[in-house]
Write a protein that binds this ligand. Structure first.
Ligand code: UDP
Length: 488
């Protein structure tokens, strides 16, 4: 940069301290670094410790002189497990006055060689970060890592409560929902985020998400990890409340494509791994030896846990289906540690013949592998998009939150798979695996391939997500040059 040139914009990215959102926001951070934006990436001490242990983030971002990581205490005791199941506790602790004060100091600091902060991109649920940024006069852009469909339901929560659609009267989970515009013909009570079933509108989750619409209205725009061709109908609904949307997904592929097209050798390498567990790459070697589209990949993400009974039902269902399977079973995901040693012989034998089990997989690479023909997934939004992008049809077994919505969209809107929510028995699992991998294999693979191609086009020059990202960078630059900051 020549002497006297204005500093590039300096953006603070503040993700939710959970694997999915952190993963996602690193990708956004790297995309912005490539576009010449300076980044401070704010994570909790806990996330920072885990990243340092398992991920190559520090070495990855060394190539971007404008990138740095800052940390903030989450206020929880050292022995708190901090997994997604305690999300409300993490969230409540994070929004304490102490955190706000630290955040304010970060925003008002001189920013070192990156220059003063000129814009904040924060998870749309971290309303307190929006307040602090607005207080000190720094423009804020919201981002959400849940699916747009689920976000739309959050935005509609006040209306659902007012119209008494939630809490539900009676037990019929198949009743259609009337007050989520655009979904009236297919969205059932069972497809709402699980907390809507609690029968209690004072449920902390309801309280947390019912203000999302208001929080987002305090931002200058909303970044979403999707693409117009997949979620156009829902995006047009969201635009009625947040007119300035930036659908820039699928983020993981958007970044990969930009890196491959990178002008310098330094950037033309695969994106950083921000994995919080050790990846077992031996499964790629196993996949290399399997026939084309013959393997069902099974993973329930980083948060979902299984009871021992559920694990056994899945195991029997998979083995009895006769299909080949690659299964991720996280060490902390099964209630009861002795599941392996107590497994009946027919399961261990079936697994030896046709299966492979790992503790954590390089998922994007697995889904891109030609041996994979289906994905039995919990439908976390990242997993769903990664599957869509690679043209892999899905069997959906959602665990919580947006996954219950996503699974319905996969089956009824995107038409890329089968939703088996609220069931978990070996007979159903065997039947549904056979349906996806044998009986309707060609039909699903064809549809998935079409959507995968649209996803790929959306991130190429001129594509919908590519263009949205260009607009995001240009808006950040414009707002940064105008912002009035920390003058109080
Ligand atoms: N993932 C992975 N290896 C695994 C399982 C998952 O790398 O064995 C990654 C996956 O690619 C995705 C993320 O972990 O990017 C999980 O995010 P998602 O939103 O799907 O679900 P969550 O973990 O938040 O429930």
């Amino acid at each position: 940069m020549a002497h006297g040139d204005p500093l590039p914009p300096h953006v603070l990215i503040f993700p939710l301290p959970l694997q999915g959102p952190v993963n996602n926001m690193f990708k956004l951070a790297e995309l912005l670094c490539l576009a010449g934006v300076n980044i401070t990436f704010l994570v909790t001490d806990h996330i920072h410790r885990r990243l340092s242990r398992y991920a190559n983030i520090h070495s990855r971002f060394r190539r971007y002189p404008g990138f740095k990581i800052a940390t903030i205490a989450d206020g929880l005791p050292a022995d708190h497990p901090r997994d997604g199941n305690q999300f409300i506790e993490i969230f409540d602790s994070l929004k304490s006055p102490e955190t706000k004060a630290v955040l304010r100091d970060v925003l008002c600091g001189d920013g070192g060689k990156q220059g003063p902060l000129t814009c904040v991109i924060a998870d749309g649920i971290l309303g307190f970060a929006f307040d602090v940024a607005n207080d000190v006069g720094i423009p804020v852009i919201s981002t959400r890592t849940v699916s747009p469909a689920c976000l739309w339901i959050f935005f509609c929560l006040p209306k659902l409560i007012q119209s008494q659609e939630i809490p539900f009267p009676g037990n019929d989970l198949d009743e259609l929902i009337k007050n989520v515009p655009g979904t009236e013909t297919f969205l059932r009570r069972r497809d709402l985020p699980g907390f809507c079933r609690s029968g209690d509108i004072s449920d902390p989750n309801v309280k947390l998400y019912e203000t999302e619409g208001q929080i987002n209205s305090r931002a200058r725009g909303l970044i979403l990890n999707t693409f117009e061709e997949l979620d156009g109908s829902i995006l047009s609904q969201i635009r009625t409340l947040c007119p300035n949307l930036y659908p820039i997904g699928p983020l993981h592929a958007h970044l990969k494509t930009k890196l491959l097209a990178g002008e310098t050798a330094a950037t033309a390498s695969p994106p950083a791994s921000s994995s919080l567990w050790q990846e077992d790459r031996s499964c790629i070697g196993w996949l290399d030896n399997q026939p084309l589209r013959s393997v069902i990949y099974v993973s329930f993400g980083s948060i979902a846990t299984l009871t021992k009974e559920q694990l056994m039902e899945f195991w029997y269902g998979l083995v009895n289906s006769g299909q080949k399977f690659l299964w991720v079973i996280r060490r902390d995901s099964v209630a009861g540690k002795d599941w392996k040693s107590q497994a009946p012989t027919e399961l261990t034998q079936g697994t030896q013949e046709r299966g492979y089990i790992v503790g954590w997989a390089p998922q994007e690479e697995v889904l891109a592998h030609l041996a994979v023909g289906g994905f039995l997934t919990h439908n976390g939004w990242n997993s769903t998009l990664e599957s869509v992008y690679e043209g892999v049809p899905m069997i959906c077994w959602p665990y919580f939150l947006d996954q219950q919505v996503n699974s319905r969209f996969v089956e009824a809107v995107y038409r890329l798979g089968l939703d088996m929510k609220d069931t978990c028995d070996r007979v159903t699992i065997e039947r549904i695996v056979r349906e996806l991998m044998e009986m309707r294999k060609d039909e699903f693979l064809q549809e998935a391939k079409k959507m995968g191609e649209l996803a790929k086009r959306s991130i190429l020059e001129g594509g919908s997500s590519y263009t949205s990202f260009e607009r995001l960078v240009s808006d950040i630059k414009t707002w940064s040059s105008r912002s009035l900051r920390c003058d109080n």
